[in-house]
Ligand binder design. Structure first.
Ligand code: CU
Length: 149
């Protein structure tokens, strides 16, 4: 009896791992040929900035190709001379249908956090990224538009 229980436990463990590994594989199978893209976005009291430090705005957002696995990495980029260097940010990304994901928090000692999603999944056309914590400059961290093209 004990031996049978042990075998069952082993079987369950194997099944669990199979499910974990099969999950992401199936997501990618739905989008054959589309290579994943990674976008880095800097976060500071000035707002969301591109890798060169140029701000995103209502008129200047991100565009991601449909059916492409997208990873957006947010990078804590406060200047050391600013009070905001003591801040913590945490970014949520939300779509028009209510789908939402949150990054971990980013701060001076842990500067990067990401969200990953399949662009355009369930007919989503647009996403919006914003900071969900009280921070200096939070009025500039309310509206990074990500459009599916
Ligand atoms: Cu913030």
């Amino acid at each position: 009896m004990k031996k049978l229980m042990k075998q069952l436990t082993t079987l369950l463990t194997v099944l669990t791992f199979t499910a974990i590994w099969a999950g992401p594989a199936m997501t990618y199978a739905a989008a054959p040929g589309k290579a994943p893209i990674e976008i880095k976005v800097r976060v500071s009291e000035k707002g969301f900035l591109d890798e060169k430090g140029k701000p995103y705005s209502a008129k200047r957002g991100l565009q991601v190709p449909k059916d492409t696995p997208v990873k957006i990495t947010f990078i804590f980029s406060e200047e050391l001379t600013s009070l905001a260097v003591g801040d913590t940010h945490q970014i949520a990304i939300k779509s028009e249908d209510g789908w939402k994901q949150e990054t971990g928090s980013i701060w001076i000692m842990s500067r990067e956090a990401s969200v990953s999603f399949l662009a355009g999944e369930n007919s989503r056309m647009q996403y919006r990224a914003y900071c969900i914590l009280d921070c200096i400059g939070m009025e500039h961290l309310t509206n990074l538009l990500i459009q599916v093209v």
